[in-house]
Design a protein around this ligand. Structure first.
Ligand SMILES: Cc1cc2nc3c(=O)[nH]c(=O)nc-3n(C[C@H](O)[C@H](O)[C@H](O)COP(=O)(O)OP(=O)(O)OC[C@H]3O[C@@H](n4cnc5c(N)ncnc54)[C@H](O)[C@@H]3O)c2cc1C
Length: 340
């Protein structure tokens, strides 16, 4: 017996029965087939669909949520203007995430610009230019082009505080604005606009306002894309080190060679370190794979303490764990690796 999959499922088209529609060839349109294939009852589907549409309208959501919709059975297409998704992250690690996303059925068009969106009762149609040319029909569109600070909107300049051209309030490492008794924290103070940075800035501002010495190094703010697999990074990528004219080398360990990853059914993954070839100090880290965001903490701490790859390689990591990939990557750079 041939197992029923999305590709071969035979779904009887119910004439005039919402939400299924027939295309000009008399077949169920692809996105309708995906819905039908989930065998949702009409009421169930409507509730889910309403939730889907409402959340799209209210929030600019990034790649993470798009993958969530794919997991729920939606046909998701990502259109990205730049030549890679998760712009700014390590290109090799992003390649692993992209391949995994495509395996989950997500269509990804990089180097492509959306030039127009037209809406009819039947569908939304995106016109695209670039590496992908042509229309894309969709039920819903999530615009996730980015968020902006709103410093200029509240006329902080009236209090003598400076705001740059991007509406970002200028602060120093102690979160002081140019007015020493006024502090600013969070997204309004610029990148990276992440919750844990805002929280730590809040602590710093409170300490400094109470007369204590405190500061936050915003170069060491970890980032995690809660995708499947997760993508996590901190510090410089190799491309950023190159752009900054910083001497650097990279070392990595593929998760295909991790016993823990293989035995727990993990997919492709990578642990990659960027380091200074003279001092061996770690300059940046990127991890992609199951729970990569959890593994990152060790390396954020290592970087906070100014650790070298030697420090990491000489730290005993339990076997078999995913954390071993961190030590193995470091050992590989030192030529002491016995596990590859
Ligand atoms: C969809 C989405 C997913 C995200 N996921 C993550 C994640 O996984 N991890 C992570 O670290 N970060 C995530 N972020 C970012 C995170 O939410 C922000 O970095 C964080 O909330 C910043 O905190 P904040 O206090 O600076 O700003 P906000 O949380 O935006 O708080 C600012 C508050 O000020 C209010 N406000 C604005 N203007 C005025 C005014 N003139 N007068 C009075 N009040 C005003 C706003 O209404 C808001 O309530 C995500 C953001 C979005 C949108």
């Amino acid at each position: 017996m041939v197992p029923t999959t999305r590709a071969n499922a035979v779904i009887p088209p119910r004439k005039n029965a919402w939400p299924w529609k027939l295309n000009s060839a008399g077949a169920i349109a692809q996105n309708e087939a995906v819905r039908a294939n989930k065998y949702l009852g009409r009421a169930q589907w409507r509730r889910w669909s309403e939730y889907h549409r409402r959340s799209c309208a209210e929030t600019k959501i990034h790649f993470v949520k798009l993958l969530g919709y794919a997991a729920l059975g939606s046909q998701v297409t990502v259109v990205e203007l730049f030549d890679q998704i998760v712009v700014g992250a390590d290109v090799e690690a992003v390649g692993i995430l992209q391949a995994a996303s495509e395996e989950q059925g997500v269509l990804i068009h990089t180097g492509t610009k959306v030039t127009q969106i037209t809406a009819t009762k039947a569908a939304l149609t995106l016109t695209c230019e670039g590496e992908f040319e042509g229309p894309i029909k969709a039920d819903a569109i999530i615009q996730a082009v980015g968020r902006r600070a709103n410093g200029a909107l509240v006329e902080v300049d009236a209090a003598g505080i400076s705001v740059d051209g991007s509406s970002v309030i200028t602060v120093d490492k102690s979160c002081r604005t140019v007015q020493p008794h006024i502090f600013a924290i969070g997204d309004v103070t610029g990148n990276p606009i992440l919750a844990h940075r805002a929280t730590h800035q809040g602590h710093v501002a409170a300490e400094v306002a109470s007369g204590h010495a405190a500061a936050l190094d915003t170069d060491l703010i970890p980032s995690v894309a809660y995708t499947s697999p997760e993508l996590a990074w901190v510090g410089m990528t190799a491309a950023q080190a190159k752009q900054a004219g910083r001497a650097h080398k990279t070392t990595s360990f593929p998760w295909a060679a991790s016993g823990r990853n293989l035995s727990s059914g993990g997919g492709n993954g990578l642990t990659k370190l960027v380091y200074d070839p003279d001092t061996l100090q770690i300059l940046g880290v990127t991890l992609v794979g199951t729970n990569a965001g959890e593994l990152l903490a060790e390396l954020v701490l290592a970087m906070e303490l100014g650790a070298t790859i030697q420090d990491v390689a000489l730290t005993v990591h339990a076997h078999p764990t995913l954390s071993e990939t961190v030590a193995f990557a470091a050992e590989r750079a030192l030529g002491t690796l016995t596990d590859l």
